[in-house]
Write a protein that binds this ligand. Structure first.
Ligand code: HAM
Length: 411
């Protein structure tokens, strides 16, 4: 018999561990609603050209990491490596933002990476895109969103790394200066960096293996035009007012080509040697036009859910059931099933052991399945009573059947 294995570099997420994922997703839904975002649901694959153009031909994502295939109609399609290009494509297709549009999304993305912890081939992003707003306070709000999300999930001690890479026009002069600097030191650069000097010199700035060489390279921050400079000043002042700590990261350029002005990443301080970002984003005022739309300023971010969950560590799993119904032998099964059905209809989260297990085994199951309490249906039922046990405090007692709901909700 063939034993199948899941595709390399992709995690299966199963119960009970998946409860942490639900927690992360619910927190995201709640926070995005609190910040005024509405969900956007876009395809998991798009025309390959969309990413080539939107994300950038010379980025690592497009050069090396795309899952591209031809469909039966002969079209070249690619599993989305990120969602920003899709959202912008969808909004352009729908006729634009009509003022401001705030879109949020949660879902899998695909990149052909060398798999390791926190670097998966299918991973999950929770993102927001603030479309149609040029004010620096929109950047501020997006940065705050990511920070609060991590705070909500208990990922403490996060460094917000912040930079501005200026506008396209600022970058032209800067790019020439940087290229000259890198060309003078071409022999000291890694093969990858050498190749990028011609295609995408900015990317060399955050190349870890070339850190020594680029340590003295000119940085975009020193080449901002007056508008980008003023914009950045307002973002920084806003962060200070809201009490969001940040560090300037003059060599942060990010791996996608659509950014201008503000770019940022969140890096938990205590999380592994790799210092991987658990989220990042920035402003991308040129992307709508690049993809054939009307000029539309925009800023957004995506949080890496897999990495956030790693950073959350082995916390105790949240209890997800109000009660678990246990029956004292097969004679009580039907009564237990009816009670379960009734409590579920009343809105409680209830599960039941339907098998012929011993009481002890059923109690164990209740704990494993994340119940806060247990109701035992047995002989006491005849007298209109049940035994209940609070699994959090260990307290056990008998109560009248009519009090079950009150007990289940209160304990
Ligand atoms: P990104 O930095 O490429 O940005 O991805 C955002 C986050 O996704 C990363 O910080 C990381 O936590 C997570 N991530 C990326 N690749 C992997 C992987 N292979 N395995 C696990 N996690 C990963 C974007 O994708 C932009 N679309 C963000 C954005 C939205 N910018 C503006 N709007």
């Amino acid at each position: 018999m063939t034993r199948f294995r899941g595709p390399k570099g992709i995690d299966d997420i199963l119960p009970p561990r998946s409860r942490v994922w639900v927690r992360a997703e619910l927190a995201f839904l709640e926070l995005s609603a609190r910040f005024g975002y509405g969900p956007a649901i876009t395809p998991l694959f798009e025309a390959t050209e969309l990413f080539a153009r939107g994300v950038g031909e010379s980025t690592e994502v497009v050069e090396k990491q795309m899952y591209t295939f031809t469909d039966k109609g002969g079209r070249s399609l690619t599993l989305r490596p990120e969602a920003t290009a899709s959202i912008v494509r969808a909004v352009i297709e729908a006729g634009g933002t009509a003022g401001v549009m705030k879109a949020s999304y949660w879902g899998p993305m695909f990149r052909y990476e060398r798999p390791q912890a926190g670097r998966r081939r299918q991973f999950h992003q929770a993102g927001v895109e603030y479309l149609g707003e040029p004010a620096p306070e929109a950047d501020l709000e997006v940065i705050e969103f990511g920070y609060r999300y991590l705070e909500e999930l208990g990922v403490a001690d996060v460094e917000v790394r912040l930079n501005s890479i200026g506008d396209a026009a600022d970058r032209e002069a800067y790019r020439a200066e940087l290229t000259a600097f890198l060309e003078e030191r071409i022999d000291l650069l890694s093969a990858d960096a050498r190749r990028r000097v011609a295609t995408n010199p900015l990317r060399v700035l955050d190349s870890k293996v070339d850190a020594d060489v680029v340590a003295t390279a000119p940085v975009p921050l020193d080449h901002l035009g007056p508008a980008a400079f003023e914009h950045f000043e307002r973002v920084k002042a806003g962060l200070e007012r809201l009490g969001i700590p940040y560090v300037l990261a003059p060599r942060l350029v990010r791996g996608l080509d659509y950014y201008n002005r503000t770019v940022f990443e969140y890096v938990p301080r205590g999380y592994g040697a790799a210092q991987n970002a658990v989220g990042g984003g920035g402003r991308y005022d040129g992307l709508f036009e690049l993809l054939g739309g009307k000029p539309t300023p925009a800023v957004g971010l995506a949080m890496g859910v897999d990495r956030i969950i790693l950073a959350m560590g082995e916390e105790t799993l949240p209890r997800v059931l109000d009660v678990f119904v246990v029956h004292a032998g097969p004679a009580w099964r039907n009564t237990a099933v009816e009670l379960t059905s009734r409590l579920r209809r009343e809105g409680l989260r209830v599960d039941i052991d339907l098998g012929d297990r011993t009481l002890r085994a059923q109690f164990k199951q209740a704990d494993r399945r994340g119940a806060r309490g247990v109701i035992v249906v047995g002989e006491e039922w005849e007298g209109g009573r049940v035994t209940v046990k609070d699994l959090e405090t260990g307290e056990q007692r008998e109560i009248p059947v009519e009090e079950i709901e009150t007990w289940a909700l209160r304990h």
